[in-house]
Design a binder for this molecule. Structure first.
Ligand code: SF4
Length: 511
């Protein structure tokens, strides 16, 4: 690896136009052909299916069937990063791929995944979806031992940790993964390959980020979401378990180990509320059905007399359908989205944000004029977008606007791979529901309860990560960081944490 000096940046604190922008941080896929077919086209299709999880960069590493791993990474959408020629150069029957959403780190191509090391096995490549919460501590430890990093991405760190333990354990892959799990705190769904022709897959002890798998006569595939399997006509077989690891050899032999004695799943609830595609299935649940059920439950816990139900497009639609069905209030497409407006531009002040909302959403006056509207949205983060949307509806003639949020109030940050702002910026961390209602100008405001959320997902509460709605995190470090941030609550809260923390850094690049 190179010896480039790097600066580890704290999580971004800027406001974006899109207050709903609880950005996912990446999607990952891995595939092996049992019949030695090339897999690059399948990985490309998988990345297209995972594009919503990251639009900043894409990468692919493919074993050529002999002794070499070929790598290509590029900035932008999957279609920007790859063309026919590049895909053709990645021929081989085993590969991994990744899409990135950046919030921190340098954000250049050097932070894109996968990462490759020349040894052991004559080459090893790794990509993951998640976030290593103790990035700074582990990085400092490795640097003290002489390791030079060439990026600020935590996948680079994870690969270095895995290689260290592989070398120390006589190349025992399961032992090395187990030791990595002991060393790392955070969320990680990992796909890796070796130049020896092995596909390696593992998920953190709490299975915070999703990772599913499927198989047919030709291929075995792993991916962040089942849509990546669908697009390749590979039937979904299930989910990788918490603390579970698999090694699939080039001849197709699958070896599976449970590396955590008492796994405690804590699946991220936001995958169900917002991030994952509605047509994805995770932990046996169709995401669309979960969101619809959330809407149904919301209609019961937060009823309102109204004429129409309107969704803030697109992710809130299933919840709006559920609310409409349970309440008997008809649903109308009162807000239309312009699909060709990018989601990333920054709007510095409220006037600009209002303009940005208008660029993105159009209120359909004939549907809204004189109507009492139940507006369904999936989250209020900073509270900066709801106001302009409500104004848009009022300007279109809506008589009353009752905002219903299909998720409990977001009161705390995330340390496991989701771009939530810190306590200082989160509306619900600093204001009561009534204060938020006044700020955004709604006639009424209500949120789904935690019981609604847990009931709609249909899991035991203790099997979910609810950190950002309860302030209780699945790992000790998450709780420690949150306590530190609260104690020093200020605009510079992340930097205060970094100063106070022995390693001096909170976390590395978003992956
Ligand atoms: S803190 Fe929130 S966004 Fe982060 S993993 Fe937990 S539930 Fe998901």
């Amino acid at each position: 690896m190179g010896n480039k000096n790097t600066t580890i940046k704290p999580p971004a604190l800027s406001s974006s136009f899109d207050d709903h922008a609880l950005h996912e941080e990446c999607g990952v896929a891995g595939i092996l052909s049992f019949k030695k077919q090339d897999v690059a086209q399948l990985l490309y299709r998988a990345l297209i299916a995972l594009q919503h999880r990251g639009q900043d960069a894409a990468g692919m590493a493919v074993w050529n069937g002999k002794k070499k791993i070929n790598l290509h990474k590029g900035l932008g959408l999957v279609s920007d990063a790859f063309d026919e020629k590049k895909l053709a150069s990645l021929n081989g029957p085993l590969g991994i791929a990744h899409v990135r959403y950046p919030t921190i780190g340098a954000g250049g191509v050097e932070d894109a995944q996968p990462f490759v090391e020349k040894e052991p096995f004559g080459g090893i490549a790794l990509a993951h979806n998640g976030n290593i919460a103790n990035y700074g501590t582990v990085r400092s430890r490795l640097e003290s031992g002489g390791h030079a990093f060439c990026s600020t991405c935590d996948a680079d760190l994870m690969l270095a940790v895995l290689v260290k333990h592989l070398n120390a354990s006589g190349l025992d892959i399961f032992k090395a993964i187990s030791l990595s799990m002991d060393e790392l705190d955070g969320s990680y769904s990992v796909c890796a390959i070796t130049a020896g022709g092995e596909l390696i897959v593992y998920r953190d002890p709490h299975a915070i980020r999703p990772l599913v798998w499927g198989k047919n006569d030709d291929f075995i595939m792993f991916a962040s979401e089942s849509t990546a399997l669908d697009i390749n006509d590979i039937p979904l077989a299930g989910d990788i378990g918490a603390g579970e690891a698999l090694v699939i050899s080039s001849d197709g032999k699958i070896t599976k180990r449970q590396l955590i004695a008492k796994p405690q799943p804590r699946h991220c609830m936001f995958e169900y509320v917002y991030f994952s595609r509605p047509d994805s299935v995770a932990q046996g649940r169709l995401i669309y059905n979960v969101r619809k059920e959330l809407g149904r439950r919301l209609a019961k816990t937060a009823p309102v007399h109204a004429d129409i139900v309107v969704a803030v497009p697109d992710t809130s639609r299933p919840a709006a359908e559920g609310y409409s069905q349970a309440s008997g209030i008809p649903m109308e497409e009162g807000l239309m989205k312009n699909r060709y407006v990018g989601r990333t531009f920054i709007m510095a002040n409220q006037a600009l944000r209002s303009t940005a909302v208008k660029l993105k959403l159009n209120a359909v006056k004939p549907l809204l004029a004189g109507k009492r509207v139940v507006l369904i949205d999936d989250s209020i983060v900073r509270g900066t977008t709801s106001g302009p949307i409500i104004k848009l509806l009022r300007d279109a003639g809506a008589k009353e606007i009752h905002l219903r949020i299909a998720c409990p109030p977001t009161i705390a940050p995330c340390f496991y791979g989701v771009d939530l702002p810190t306590f200082t910026e989160l509306a619900a961390a600093n204001k009561s529901v009534e204060e938020i209602r006044k700020m955004i100008g709604a006639d009424s405001l209500a949120y789904a309860t935690i019981d609604d959320l847990v009931g709609a997902i249909g899991m035991k509460k203790e099997d979910l990560c609810l950190g950002c709605v309860t302030g209780q995190y699945p790992t000790q470090l998450g709780n420690d960081i949150a306590a530190m941030l609260k104690k020093h609550g200020s605009d510079a809260d992340v930097r205060v944490w970094e100063k106070a923390h022995p390693a001096g850094k909170l976390r590395g690049g978003s992956c």
